[in-house]
Design a binder for this molecule. Structure first.
Ligand code: CMX
Length: 436
């Protein structure tokens, strides 16, 4: 069955009814106590959101609808002759909760190809944007103006009932997902390719990742495999991270999916979040300039300490939730071991992996000394020739669309209200707790 909308049309009311009953039975149950320290610490660890597409365990990593990354690598459909999962599969999984068949995934590739064309006003705006605009800002701007096409926005204005909001949100999300590779490729070509290639044509017989790669001017089938893996593993990381949470929050105001997603991209563009993948390569390149490709351990340690003493973070290390090496790091490392074991930058990344965690532990304040996803993605991209570091977060964003937009469909389907947590002033807190 490839009627994706029909499948979720059956599932949404069942889940909404389940939640209704659950709230009736347990609505007053206490989930946790919130400590004052948590309020001043970026709300870290406060359980306050419902987000259905994925769940992050500090000591195990991410699960997408119950499946780990190795599960997804094993169980999700592949491209012909390929070994890595197709991102279409993880989107289907997150949206429906079911592992898709090859037929369902092939249908999705075709469906996205069908919806991929950009309206001419978006093309024109993108083509005239200054090349000095950061690729993430270009992404945010392009998606924002794409909101002129929003079916949800028009349906809302025409007064449709709340119970069918999700149907229009679904259409917008599918349109946006279909167009994102074209937007991403246009940003790449506009910013970094000397010729005005205008070559952003989708091949409807190919998958989403392959099309993105070819529209950017690449053709290595192994790079297509990397793209599939990359776009699969960056897709979602439960709901509280800055980009997912922003999309969830803005979506809850009934802003359309385009501007909701663009808002999340502005959050992803921060160096403590998605931009860390750019920062990692910038940092590694600086290290290579200073120490060469094969520095001994002592010089490497000195370089890390110098970074820390100058008040900077070591990019790609640490996490707000995880307390282990990120499984997204591990699977990229496995990809590198298989396909580029002798690459000097990969060897350097491995050497860094040995020296950084003990140093961060020694620092005493870092909750998680282990690498996150961003510590490994840049080295793989540069190996295949994608050396333009300021572009890396765009690929992260294209992938992050899948989880966050699948959730957006569910959020409107379930009828989640506008998000509005309570804030307090320090004065009010002191009054309550008796501090000075
Ligand atoms: N290098 C140096 N110091 C670090 C550090 C790192 N990699 N990770 C954390 N710390 C520091 C924090 O800056 C903080 O210091 P102060 O108290 O002086 O401000 C202290 O350790 C405690 O922070 P934490 O509880 O361990 O971490 P947070 O939950 O506050 O922040 C994160 C998490 C990811 C922002 C942080 O680890 C960091 O800045 N890492 C480097 C940037 C990075 O890789 N970001 C990408 C994360 C993944 C993603 O979202 O894409």
């Amino acid at each position: 069955n490839t009627d994706l909308k029909g499948i979720i049309a059956q599932k949404i009311p069942k889940h909404a009814a389940l939640i209704k009953q659950f709230r009736k039975d347990k609505g007053k149950s206490k989930i946790m106590d919130v400590e004052l320290g948590q309020m001043y610490n970026g709300m870290r660890g406060i359980r306050s959101m419902v987000y259905e597409t994925s769940l992050l365990d500090p000591n195990e990593g991410i699960r997408f609808r119950g499946l780990t990354i190795p599960d997804c690598q094993k169980r999700l459909p592949k491209a012909p002759g390929g070994k890595e999962p197709l991102p279409e599969g993880i989107f289907w999984l997150m949206l429906t909760g079911d592992v898709p068949t090859q037929e369902q995934v092939n249908w999705l590739s075709k469906e996205w190809a069908k919806r991929a064309k950009l309206p001419s006003h978006v093309v024109k705006s993108m083509d005239t944007m200054s090349k000095t605009v950061h690729p993430m800002a270009q992404l945010s701007a392009a998606v924002t103006i794409l909101s002129a096409e929003s079916k949800f926005q028009k349906a809302y204005a025409s007064g449709v009932k709340k119970t069918v909001y999700w149907e229009y949100v679904y259409e917008d999300c599918m349109d946006l997902l279909a167009k994102l590779p074209v937007i991403a490729a246009k940003i790449y070509n506009h910013s970094f390719r000397s010729e005005d290639c205008g070559c952003v044509e989708i091949d409807p017989s190919k998958d989403w990742s392959y099309n993105l790669m070819t529209m950017m001017g690449y053709s290595d089938p192994q790079f297509a495999e990397l793209m599939r893996l990359y776009l699969t593993i960056h897709c979602d990381h439960e709901g509280g991270n800055a980009s997912a949470h922003t999309i969830h929050l803005v979506g809850s105001t009934l802003s359309d999916p385009f501007i909701s997603f663009a808002a999340g991209m502005n959050a992803l563009a921060g160096p403590l979040h998605g931009l860390a993948n750019q920062e990692v390569l910038v940092w590694i390149n600086r290290l290579r300039e200073k120490l060469g490709d094969d520095p001994d351990e002592k010089r490497l340690k000195d370089f890390v300490w110098k970074t820390l003493k100058s008040g900077q973070v070591v990019p790609g290390y640490g996490h707000a939730v995880l307390r282990i090496t990120d499984p997204r790091y591990t699977c990229q490392r496995e990809f590198a071991e298989k396909h580029l074991p002798d690459d000097p930058v990969f060897k350097l990344v491995s050497a860094i992996y040995k020296v950084v965690p003990p140093i961060l532990k020694e620092l005493g304040k870092v909750a998680n000394p282990w690498p996150n996803v961003d510590a490994h993605s840049g080295v793989l991209l540069q190996y295949y020739g994608l050396t333009q570091m300021s572009y890396y977060t765009v690929l992260f964003g294209v992938s992050r669309a899948m989880g966050t937009l699948a959730q957006l469909v569910w959020s409107r389907g379930i009828g989640f209200p506008i998000e509005r947590p309570k804030s307090l002033t320090t004065e009010a807190l002191m009054k309550q707790l008796g501090g000075k």
